[in-house]
Design a binder for this molecule. Structure first.
Ligand SMILES: [Zn+2]
Length: 299
């Protein structure tokens, strides 16, 4: 109503129909935003065989976006630029024709369709293929794979990875890229738990051991290690309560939902570990240089 008044239209002239259409516009806008977010999640986070229910209102818009290649702009890691970049979606014509049972009878839209997303820095292309199976849209192909994109993103800190972490992180990303969500989650969780133990060791070495650490739940451990972990991990420690749930209690759905979050956090923690390692090297080199000058000030 405020907007209407601002346009100089007397309030009493605004009919119920106008209000209803305003609501409808808002609803469409919200659904469109939700659909855009679903598309970006499907392209950048989800592994193969991830599905979207196309019968819901939002799912219907998602299908339209993917089939028509309506432009959506988002940021993700570019394996060719070796940096984060802005990408834009467009549809890619593939030789898929509509199917009809007999001429003039039931016609089905192509069941396979493709989307390209193009890096806006240098036209690098990521390609995706989807299939419509019953009510669902299924992601059936992608190049580069989500594992390639994730590993590219890791490259800047790759050297500092512990061999066990590197191997298990690779297994996690590979399993996720091929739709084995539960297995992927379990491997990622093992890497995450080792990183938490390393943070605990660092804190103990600096003279502040945490009592009862071994029996704490994951969210309690994170809270206790606040000085050693990135702020975003500490602020969202509730998210990690899922890590205290037994493997047999986890569902595929829970794992699929938490995998991208845990992966993002893990990368952030690895980067922080690398920064700390580099800072320690720089500090000891500076110290050594200062000592050399002090021992021979005229040198
Ligand atoms: Zn690029």
């Amino acid at each position: 109503m405020l907007m209407t008044e601002a346009k100089g239209i007397p309030v009493e002239l605004v009919s119920a129909t106008d209000e209803a259409s305003e609501d409808t516009t808002e609803k469409h806008k919200r659904q469109r935003q939700e659909a855009n977010a679903t598309v970006v999640d499907l392209l950048t986070n989800k592994g193969l065989y991830a599905t979207v229910d196309a019968t819901s209102e939002v799912g219907d818009i998602v299908e339209d976006i993917l089939r028509q290649g309506q432009p959506i702009v988002f940021d993700t890691y570019c394996v060719r630029c070796r940096d984060r970049s802005t990408f834009r979606t467009q549809n890619e014509r593939i030789a898929a024709r509509s199917i009809s049972s007999r001429p003039g009878q039931v016609v089905i839209q192509p069941t396979i369709f493709a989307v390209q997303v193009v890096c806006q820095r240098a036209a690098h292309v990521y390609s995706y293929i989807f299939a419509k199976r019953g009510d669902d849209i299924v992601k059936i192909g992608q190049i580069p794979s989500t594992a390639d994109v994730s590993f590219g993103e890791l490259r800047s800190i790759d050297k500092s990875l512990e061999p066990d972490d590197r191997r298990e992180l690779g297994t996690a990303l590979g399993l996720f890229a091929h739709g084995t969500v539960l297995g992927a989650f379990v491997y990622l969780r093992r890497v995450f738990e080792r990183m938490i133990w390393r943070a605990h060791e660092r804190q103990s070495e600096s003279g502040n051991p945490i009592e009862g650490f071994a029996t704490m739940r994951m969210d309690e451990r994170i809270a206790a290690l606040k000085d050693e972990l990135p702020a975003s991990v500490v602020q969202n420690s509730g998210v990690f309560s899922v890590l205290s749930i037994g493997i047999h209690e986890l569902t595929e759905e829970q794992c699929g939902k938490h995998f991208p979050v845990l992966k993002a956090v893990l990368f952030q923690m690895l980067e922080q570990e690398e920064h700390k390692r580099m800072a320690a090297i720089t500090a000891s080199e500076t110290e050594a240089a200062l000592q050399r000058i002090l021992s021979n000030p005229k040198g």
